[in-house]
Design a protein around this ligand. Sequence first.
Ligand code: AMP
Length: 215
Amino acid sequence: MIILVFGKPGSGKGSVAEVFSERSSFKHVSTGNIFRKEIAEKTELGLLADSYIKGGNLVPDEITNSIVENYLKANGKEDLLLDGYPRTIPQAIFLDEAVKRHNLKIMGVFDLECEDSLVIERLSSRRVCSECGAIYNTRNHNPKIPGVCDECHSPVIQRKDDSVESITNRLKVYERDTEPLINYYKERKLLYKVDGRADSDVVFEEITGILAKCN
Ligand code: AMP
């Protein structure tokens, strides 16, 4: 079974996905995390992806799609939560075809609604573990030891693309390339709107409640 969490950068997709991986059978699949791992390991893919990501632009569809295809081939039998994919109409079409090819099903697309001012506040205060990707923020969720991840004790950093300049571009890219997916999934009767302003635990409960009715 596949579900998608969808929304602006900073709408809380990654935080909700973390709750899902702790409290449900759904595995968190984040194309952003996959790219960041490749960047940290300085692979060829990582170097290429980095040039797009640091300015807040999207990595080209062919590259992103082939990563997802390989992932579905290897893990398609598990319950998967896709976070940050698809982000363009061609990616959504590719995913539909891949889902058919691997005999899978998209159960729902959950759009975490959130206003720009909150998104900007969340992204500029966000800090992440450089190793495991655990999410913190300087407003109300700091690691117990400053700068050190509670989970894996690696350094906690600010993402390069969480600079004000990059955030502004990411919001523009979202509006231009990603927002049209709302209608794409609405037409397929898969779209559910949820309140992205709420805490991730509350969003998790809301989504699992909707999923229970879908089954
Ligand atoms: P995220 O962690 O989901 O915010 O993604 C961080 C960055 O990785 C994005 O701003 C893009 O540059 C890149 N990225 C992640 N997912 C995708 C995708 N589905 N298509 C293209 N680029 C992506």
